[in-house]
Write a protein that binds this ligand. Structure first.
Ligand code: FES
Ligand code: FE2
Length: 415
């Protein structure tokens, strides 16, 4: 059976406004196509500029089959490379993060400059040309403190994304923040179930007692429609924009990324049990108000974000298999904020640690039920699950034409 045609047939035959057929959530061959046609082609959020504080700082990540290393070079620029030695392929950097003067392969010590050039390869034959064996580059862009990579040979133009998102992000000065805490959990569910769950708050009241103390479950906040006819949202945007913070709801024409600023409930300013700030020092020296609510930002397929006055919580989704997804959460605070003085780490992380675990259980139960032979696609609530419908439409609109094209996306060649 031709899996591509099978997948395309199910996409074309699907009922609008309904969840997808079972194999989209469970089948390893469908998962491979998701990886090849979405994950190896689109821009992916990997980490933050502030995680690479100085030349030689690096972080590594595994995207499907591809190990990748992000490193700040001697000129301060952040580069991404395939983390596979040009000698015999060993991983060059084999820890999650670190600092190195040069990137030295642990196998035979081929040594690379921080910009990827091969500097040193012991006792190779005469005529060996080091310039042919630099680390293979991966497209890499940084915007407002977020680092994105793209594994495609010809990445989509990043400029429109930068133009839309950057004004929202810059006032928060995340490049100068620091990571107060990070956690990675593995959810036993397909990456699309993780997203579907994220894109609605229909489930919040019954599942998220901590988050619901401060976060509004209104579909005008979580969805993609109706925010501009919600007087509370419109008043919030006006207030925030008057203080210099871009806030209105914006979404790109393809529906891949969105930004909007939403008020929190009542007089809450942060995701804490009391609604009071978790960090005494503002996240940004240039954002003075506490009443800015949360900047909600998502970019399919890797990230959703909440940026508050006192801290930011950022999320990265990475698929592991058809039925496992890693979700990494990072709590960012002002770089000079001191744990135990300006914030209590347990208080800072409590609400989203609980919420993440609740969402993990929800996703796992959803995945479990979908495995039933009795499963069939069910209808989304138009009122509450407009965001989910939009996510599924985005997915279908991206993968459908790529399935129809055929072929396998090529990797970037060595520069
Ligand atoms: S595989 Fe890297 S030096 Fe041999
Ligand atoms: Fe949730």
């Amino acid at each position: 059976m031709d899996i591509r045609n099978d997948m395309l047939r199910l996409l074309k035959g699907r009922r609008q406004g309904f969840s997808l057929e079972q194999p989209f959530y469970t089948d390893p061959d469908y998962f491979k196509l998701d990886m090849e046609l979405i994950w190896y082609r689109d821009w992916l959020f990997i980490g933050h500029d502030c995680e690479l504080p100085k030349p030689g700082s690096y972080i590594t990540v595994q995207v499907g089959d591809y190990p990748v290393v992000l490193v700040r070079d001697q000129h301060g620029k952040i580069n991404a490379f395939h983390n596979s030695c040009r000698h015999r392929g060993s991983r060059v950097c084999n820890t999650e993060k670190g600092t190195a003067a040069k990137l030295v392969c642990p196998y035979h010590q081929w040594t690379y400059e921080l910009d990827g050039r091969l500097l040193f390869a012991r006792q190779m034959a005469d005529g060996f040309d080091k310039s042919d064996f630099g680390l293979k580059p991966v497209a890499c862009e940084s915007v407002g403190g977020y680092i994105f990579i793209c594994l495609a040979k010809e990445p989509a133009d990043f400029a429109p994304m930068r133009a839309m998102i950057e004004p929202y992000l810059l006032p928060h000065r995340l490049r100068e923040a620091k990571i107060a805490f990070e956690s990675t959990i593995v959810e036993k569910g397909n990456w699309k179930l993780v997203w579907e769950n994220n894109r609605e708050c229909y489930h919040c009241a019954a599942n998220h007692p901590e988050l619901c103390k401060t976060f509004p479950e209104a579909p005008t906040v979580t969805g993609v429609h109706g925010a501009d006819s919600d007087p509370e949202m419109v008043a919030h945007w006006a207030r925030c924009e008057a203080s210099g913070l871009p806030s209105k709801f914006r979404i790109d024409p393809a529906g891949q990324y969105r930004a909007t600023r939403a008020p929190l409930l009542r007089d809450a300013v942060s995701y804490t049990m009391t609604g009071k700030r978790a960090v005494q020092k503002n996240l940004s020296d240039s954002v003075s108000t506490d009443r800015i609510g949360s900047l909600l930002l998502y970019h399919y397929p890797t990230t959703w974000n909440h940026i508050l006055g006192d801290h930011a919580v950022t999320f990265r989704v990475l698929p592991i298999s058809a039925t496992e997804t890693a979700v990494t959460t990072k709590w960012l605070v002002h770089k000079d904020a001191v744990e135990g003085v300006d914030y209590d780490l347990a208080e800072l992380t409590h609400v989203w640690t609980e919420t993440n675990d609740q969402d993990r259980r929800i996703v796992e139960e959803n995945a479990f039920g979908i495995l039933s032979p009795a499963y069939e696609p069910g209808p989304y609530s138009e009122l509450h699950e407009g965001g989910v419908i939009q996510f599924v439409e985005w997915y279908a609109s991206f993968i459908g034409p790529r399935l129809a094209e055929g072929g396998r996306p090529a990797l970037r060649s060595v520069a």
